[in-house]
Design a protein around this ligand. Structure first.
Ligand SMILES: [Zn+2]
Length: 450
């Protein structure tokens, strides 16, 4: 999530929400039977949990599938081992919250048009630089097994992974997609807030100046198939409902929503409807719950919307100032973020309950095996529910889930095991597909870009 685009998108929220989303249903996969085990509110035990939630949290593999800390590492040269009250994810906070794996977002804002790949390469380098500086605390990871290995032994290290946010980043070229995989990128959101040349976003459907594709184009189908072959997770956060349903039909592997919440609880078009959540469960995929206050709490969303024009103007002004004082350079995201933080401080934070309600709702609709955590830390200008100020506060989620009657197994699933299952399945599908078409057997020259 990035705030300026959210502000714009709120303008179209009601319109996009009204759009009919039942386009195509995916072929049923596993996951249906598992839903029977989902706890329902009526059946929750009244007695306290038979385990110590904090001990459980410390022993679990905790995975967060989306943080935008990467911008600060690159644009402000932020070092992950430096204490900073304004940052959500750093090494001391990860340690305090037993965060085991973080997917650092390789988010390329559309304003970098003409330099998408370059910007992505710089962000990727920033992640590697941090792992290089802190080898005793952090390690680059490229597979589900790498995450497990990083957490073994007395010196648990943070597994650092990368996901591209926004399919425009590959510049319509499968060769670039493969190169990103080789550099370690393990998921890609098909779109960000912007529709691209081959997939529609949920955010600009009413913009007549933007060409749309009724979901995805033939090239978009090729991108998804190539991601399946590579073993790069297909991420449907941010996409339009039609793109979502088409993706489920096309993808041979389970898909992820790396940072999305429930539309039944907050009516943002970027959140997932119950129907989408059920379809995701049939695909054996997973919804990693976004912590952003406007996505988890509808009251906050409305309050934020009321401030949008004011905030938008202030951001535009700050960006203009930056350009003037930096010889016309593109203002980094941090300029916008610092202004938005000012506005965020004026708004009352939603209770932690709103976040837990989202996890609980998705667990009940899709099955607990299809829920995880995708915080969007360092991408929401501090707009997080009460009590969640950083990765150090992750144990509070475990405590709350235990209070609601979730079992140790279910909580471990939500904290990370569910995601590991999906990641492993994506890897297995990739191995199968590479038997049919090995990597390196691509036709030379034509046919790889659109
Ligand atoms: Zn996002």
């Amino acid at each position: 999530m990035k705030i300026t685009r959210l502000i714009l998108s709120l303008l179209v929220a009601s319109l996009a929400f009204a759009q009919n989303h039942s386009v195509e249903m995916p072929v049923s996969a596993s996951g249906g039977a598992a839903q029977k085990e989902t706890p329902s509110r009526a059946s929750l035990p009244k007695k306290p949990a038979a385990f110590d939630p904090l001990a459980l949290h410390r022993s679990a593999i905790v995975i967060d599938s989306h943080a935008d800390t990467t911008q600060r590492m690159l644009d402000e040269n932020y070092d992950l081992d430096t204490p900073d009250p304004t940052i959500n994810v750093n090494l001391p906070k990860a340690k305090a919250g037993n965060l085991g794996a973080e997917f650092f977002s390789i988010w390329v804002e559309p304003k970098y048009k003409g330099q998408y790949v370059r910007r992505a390469m710089d962000l990727i380098d920033a992640v590697y630089q941090q792992a290089g500086r802190h080898p005793d605390q952090m390690v680059m990871a490229f597979s589900a097994e790498d995450i497990v290995k990083a957490r073994r032994g007395p010196h648990k290290r943070l597994a650092a992974l990368m996901g591209i946010e926004g399919g425009h980043t590959i510049e319509d070229d499968l060769r670039v997609l493969r190169d990103f995989y080789r550099l370690g990128v393990r998921y890609m959101t098909l779109t960000w807030y912007n529709s691209n040349d081959w997939a529609d976003s949920s955010e600009d459907l009413d913009n007549k100046d933007v060409p749309h594709h009724n979901g995805i184009t033939d090239f978009g189908v090729q991108v998804i198939r190539e991601m399946n072959r590579l073993g790069m997770m297909v991420d449907i956060s941010h996409v339009s409902d039609k793109t979502f349903y088409r993706t489920l039909v096309v993808s041979r592997a389970p898909v992820i929503a790396s940072h999305s919440a429930s539309r039944a609880l907050s009516q943002h078009p970027r959140n997932m409807t119950d129907d989408m959540l059920r379809a995701l469960a049939r695909n054996d995929g997973i919804c990693m719950v976004n912590f952003f206050s406007a996505f988890v709490d509808d009251d906050f969303r409305k309050t934020f919307e009321a401030h949008r024009d004011e905030a938008k103007q202030a951001v535009a002004q700050a960006q203009e100032e930056y350009r003037k004082t930096h010889h016309g350079q593109i203002p980094p995201y941090t300029v916008e973020e610092h202004v938005t933080e000012e506005y965020a401080r004026k708004l009352p934070r939603p209770p932690l309950k709103s976040l837990i309600d989202n996890i609980d709702h998705i667990a009940q609709v899709a099955g607990w095996q299809h829920v995880g955590l995708g915080s969007d830390f360092d991408g929401v200008s501090g707009m997080l529910p009460e009590g969640i100020n950083s990765a150090a506060d992750l144990p509070k989620i475990t405590v709350e889930l235990a209070k609601r009657g979730y079992t140790a197994e279910q909580i471990k699933g939500i904290l990370g095991e569910n995601f590991l299952r999906v990641f492993r399945k994506v890897e297995a599908v990739s191995r199968e597909l590479q038997k049919e078409k090995p990597l390196g057997a691509e036709p030379l020259g034509a046919g790889e870009n659109r």
